[in-house]
Design a protein around this ligand. Structure first.
Ligand code: FE2
Length: 411
């Protein structure tokens, strides 16, 4: 299969991309003298890029909003209470069905790489076992990384450490954590040491829900970064949320940034989820409740955006469209400056792929997998401005999704 009239990010002119079986075998300047063949896909001068990435979602909780009741206050706490009730009804098949439906929504928006957190504070590890099956059964659609996520803590939950170890034995790819939720500061610190030991021992990646609060005294990020630094594991470690950083004072943050840079860890922000759940104890002025995305980016560190929830007790909206998250994030984080708009797609593509350690399994280069998207606009800026779409998604050299854009008639 060939893709013609393709515009590539960061390069002038139009290109022809040749796919053979599941690989990209040629990328060359488009030549009008080469005539199109019947199965050529014409990008029409619009962007062709590597697939979108969803680096932080909870596929075990999606599509449960309203069951058994809707979150009326919209708060994190009512969400936790409602999830406690819904969790009691979760079955193996229910988890698989909802996860697969959600993966279909992600695929329809051009996502081919997903990292999902799965709650392992469950003595049966039921959701984790279900997700390991989903990972196999959806390989033709997405590469799925599973995080062993201790929703109710590692130290504060009965047998929390053993459940984390068992989750890794059962096939989790990534070790998670939630230090700010542990009962005490000391437990938060020891949970990080435990999970970093577990990851180092087993070769797993690390992705910690870290300081997801407006509390400026929640400072587990420095502990995670220092553990990553001394173990030289930074590139394999991710701090998700870090919303407390939006409430740290600048003097502390300036010192913290020195350590963060030395550590080399990655960051994920979930802008729609955080703007919705944080700032809930404020009257006015009201905090945005996000981490310092622009500042992390400008300091040369790696940061990306994620959806976190789709129609669950914590967040009632979402349709799988990561471009919606990008647009919201750029607004909330003061990143609509011209320079930011020129490379906005980095936040849902290359930066996310780096966070997931995809390496040579990702990217529009000869020799890499034939996984790519045809988009509806010719630049990052125009994709944001026009609220563009992924029109075609190709995986292993085969079209797995095609979108027909709406047409407008003027009279
Ligand atoms: Fe999360």
């Amino acid at each position: 299969m060939n893709i013609i009239n393709a515009r590539l990010r960061g390069r002038e002119g139009l290109y022809r991309i040749v796919l053979e079986q599941d690989r990209i075998v040629e990328i060359s300047p488009h030549s009008p003298t080469i005539s199109a063949v019947s199965n050529d896909l014409d990008a029409g001068g619009n962007l062709v890029i590597a697939p979108f990435v969803e680096p932080h979602i909870h596929l075990d909780a999606t599509l449960t909003a309203g069951d058994p009741a809707w979150n009326m206050s919209g708060t994190l706490f009512e969400g936790i209470e409602l999830w406690g009730k819904r969790k009691a009804q979760v079955t193996h098949e229910d988890t698989k069905l909802r996860a697969k439906k959600t993966i279909d929504m992600l695929v329809e928006h051009g996502i081919q790489h997903v990292r999902t957190h799965v709650d392992v504070t469950d003595p049966t590890l039921g959701a984790l076992r279900a997700m390991v099956e989903v990972r196999e059964e959806t390989r033709h659609l997405v590469d799925l990384q599973i995080v062993a996520f201790p929703q109710e803590g590692i130290e504060s939950f009965t047998n929390g450490r053993a459940l984390m170890e068992q989750a890794v034995e059962l096939g989790a790819d990534v070790v998670g954590g939630i230090p700010h939720f542990e009962n005490t500061r000391d437990q938060g610190v020891s949970s990080i040491k435990f999970l970093m030991d577990l990851a180092e021992r087993t070769g797993c990646l690390v992705d910690v829900h870290c300081d997801e609060t407006d509390d400026p005294h929640s400072r587990f990020l420095e502990v995670l970064a220092e553990e990553a630094r001394v173990r030289s594991m930074g590139a394999r470690v991710t701090a998700s949320h870090t919303t407390a950083m939006g409430s740290y004072d600048n003097a502390y943050c300036s010192k913290l940034f020195r350590l963060l840079k030395m550590s080399g860890i990655n960051f994920i922000s979930c802008p729609t989820e955080s703007i919705h759940l944080q700032g809930r104890f404020d009257t006015y002025p009201k905090r945005r409740g996000l981490t310092r995305v622009a500042e992390i980016d400008r300091a040369g560190m790696n940061v990306c955006f994620a959806q976190d929830s789709i129609v669950d007790p914590w967040y009632p909206l979402g349709n799988g469209n990561i471009l919606r998250i990008l647009e919201a994030g750029l607004h909330i984080c003061h990143m609509l400056g011209y320079a930011d708009l020129q490379r906005a797609l980095d936040l849902i593509t290359d930066n996310s792929a780096r966070t997931l350690n995809l390496g040579e399994r990702y990217g529009l280069e000869v020799g890499r997998p034939a996984n790519l998207l045809l988009l509806s606009a010719p630049s990052d800026y125009e994709m944001i401005r026009t609220q563009g779409y992924a029109l075609t998604s190709i995986r292993a050299g085969k079209v797995i999704m095609q979108r027909t854009p709406a047409k407008v008639a003027r009279f």
